[in-house]
Ligand binder design. Structure first.
Ligand SMILES: NC(=O)c1ccc[n+]([C@@H]2O[C@H](COP(=O)([O-])OP(=O)(O)OC[C@H]3O[C@@H](n4cnc5c(N)ncnc54)[C@H](OP(=O)(O)O)[C@@H]3O)[C@@H](O)[C@H]2O)c1
Length: 295
């Protein structure tokens, strides 16, 4: 039995589709089973929450492989970014050790580091450390920004493009190597199916797409694909940070972008390995412009 967390997310959805097609027995730890869509009748469901460690024990019964994707780039009512990404992963690892899990696969992020300016990437560094320090056979996967047609960022940019100029939070920003969620899912499936004694199953895999893009270059690709090419206006960091903090105080969880999310555009999410780690898993990442139909 494989336990998948985050099965309803951008990466979890295409991964779950592949696991079901490959007839891998899967249990999903979810907050709301309805969000699994049609796949919910083909998997076991364990109701749970990252803020509720007792729910992990139940979910892990009889599990040999854990694929831990659940995480968040914004604070939730029941837990902070640090609790949901860092402490929850540490607790999941402990519960997995107690349950006799054989392989723990964790989705971290490029740029994860204890001294990174972004809270999310500091929390991911703590989580990576907990996984690496465990006695479990483990695999850490660190992707750059992950995208898919119609995802939250594309939808937001599409809305902003109703104006003649598209404001982009956070100055000129740093480069990332956007990678398609379907390509990440293919890499994860390759790792799940890799032989237990092979080097590939236990390495740290950095996954980037073929193009290193600034936030405004990526925004232009998305806008071109949507047929709404507009000038993009980078908004200086100090204005973005103040504006978004006020918006968060007023709109709470309904705010379309938080400062923590916008700050990630300021942090490089690139790998010197380019697409090599993905290709070593048999996956050739697609160009963003091709996936979104912007060529
Ligand atoms: N997207 C990116 O650009 C990117 C880049 C690098 C790394 N990553 C990492 O990759 C992983 C998957 O990312 P993603 O883009 O697929 O994320 P996503 O689309 O935001 O989905 C997050 C998933 O985590 C679940 N989740 C969130 N809070 C939870 C909680 N308190 N309890 C239980 N489940 C919870 C969500 O379930 P609900 O349906 O209940 O909300 C959803 O299934 C994450 O760990 C993320 O940090 C993402």
């Amino acid at each position: 039995m494989l336990l998948l967390t985050g099965a309803t997310g951008l990466v979890g959805t295409p991964l779950l589709r592949r696991l079901v097609a490959a007839r891998v027995p899967v249990r999903c730890l979810v907050r709301d089973p309805k969000r699994l869509g049609p796949e919910r009748v083909r998997v076991q469901i364990a109701l749970g929450d990252l803020t509720d460690p007792p729910s992990f024990r139940n979910a892990l019964r009889g599990v040999k492989t854990v694929v831990h994707l659940a995480g968040t780039v914004r604070d939730q009512a029941a837990g902070s970014i640090e609790e949901l990404n860092g402490i929850a992963t540490w607790r999941m690892v402990q519960a997995a050790e107690r349950a006799g899990v054989q392989h723990f696969i964790f989705l971290s992020a490029l740029g994860a580091g204890a001294h990174n300016r972004a809270r999310y990437l500091r929390a991911k560094a703590l989580a990576e450390q907990a996984v690496a320090d465990s006695g479990l056979r483990h695999t850490i996967v660190a992707p750059s920004l992950v995208y898919a047609p119609g995802d939250r960022w594309s939808t937001l940019l599409g809305r902003l493009a109703l104006a003649p100029v598209v404001p982009l939070p956070g100055g000129s920003g740093a480069r990332s190597q956007p990678i398609w969620a379907e390509d990440v899912a293919d890499c994860l499936l390759a790792l799940i199916q890799a032989p237990a004694d092979g080097a590939v199953a236990s390495a740290r895999h950095e996954l980037g797409g073929p193009d290193a893009l600034s936030p405004s270059e990526a925004a232009h690709v998305v806008l071109r694909a949507a047929g709404r090419e507009r000038p993009v206006l980078p908004v200086p960091t100090f204005l973005t940070s103040r504006g978004l903090r006020v918006a968060e105080a007023l709109a709470k969880s309904r705010t379309p972008v938080t400062w923590d999310e916008a700050e990630l555009l300021q942090v490089p999410m690139t790998t010197r390995h380019g697409t090599a780690h993905a290709e070593a898993l048999g996956v050739v990442p697609q160009r963003m412009a091709v996936v979104l139909g912007a060529v």
